[in-house]
Design a binder for this molecule. Structure first.
Ligand SMILES: [Zn+2]
Length: 257
């Protein structure tokens, strides 16, 4: 009798593990207040149909199950967790079931932080950075920068910016040339368009954040913020750029590995 009961328990455990590892997104339990926090603070989420909102919550919960959010000099609040998860999911929304392979921790600082880390990326690195070298797998975000990005409706969003760098980095280089997102026929036109628009920014003839002039990686991150925060405006003002970003983020002619 005991053997039978033990056998049944083992079967249950094996079944549970099988389901869990085959479909981890389904098994992640969302924090109770996650849907409400997203609804109140994240415009991208507000505009989704109901059925997609459920998928978004499930994917945000999955993200929070494999990435640890920590604070330095602060205790992350449920709002911070929701905003970090939203920043992560928005750029990969079209890649169902895809997970970032290159992140384990997000470290929040109250406001600004200095550069005494091995981090690459931003001249404005008081707002956010993606780790390299021994800091691989870590992202640093300013809590204020993160919250401001979602509170303001101006096409700028620090959280999305940093996760686009992380997505860019999945092919090995944070270089503004996301080979995983664009097939070979689109890469050359993308580079041409970037350079053309960077010249217009330099000449003071563009409405794109001048920070995009720093290099191609920053241009890609900045224009992606614009794409996800103000898609209609971008489509109207920069139809060609919009079209290629749509290829990357929506049409998925190719997907990250
Ligand atoms: Zn950047």
């Amino acid at each position: 009798m005991l053997t039978v009961i033990l056998g049944i328990i083992i079967l249950f455990v094996l079944g549970y593990l099988l389901v869990k590892f085959q479909n981890p997104a389904v098994k992640a339990v969302p924090p109770a207040d996650l849907p409400q926090l997203l609804q109140t603070h994240v415009r991208f989420y507000q505009h989704l149909p109901e059925v997609d909102k459920k998928r978004f919550v499930s994917r945000a919960a999955d993200f929070l199950s494999y990435v640890r959010i920590e604070g330095v000099g602060l205790k992350p609040e449920p709002l911070d967790n929701a905003l970090v998860a939203a920043s992560a999911i928005i750029p990969i929304w079209a890649f169902e079931g895809w997970r970032y392979p290159n992140i384990t921790n997000v470290i929040l600082y109250p406001d600004t932080f200095n550069k005494d880390f091995q981090f690459e990326g931003d001249g404005r690195n008081t707002l956010g950075m993606v780790g390299t070298g021994y800091m691989n797998g870590q992202m640093i975000l300013s809590q204020k920068g993160l919250r401001d990005g979602f509170a303001r409706d101006d096409g700028n969003n620090t959280g999305i910016h940093e996760f686009v760098h992380l997505l860019d980095k999945t092919d090995g280089d944070t270089d503004g040339r996301p080979e995983y997102l664009l097939d070979e026929h689109h890469i050359a036109p993308w580079i041409r368009l970037m350079h053309r628009e960077m010249q217009r920014i330099a000449a003071g003839k563009s409405d794109i954040n001048p920070y995009g002039l720093t290099n191609e990686a920053e241009f890609f991150a900045v224009i992606s913020e614009y794409f996800f925060e103000k898609p209609e405006k971008l489509k109207e003002k920069h139809p060609e750029l919009y079209g290629l970003l749509e290829e990357m983020f929506i049409k998925k002619t190719t997907e990250p590995q």
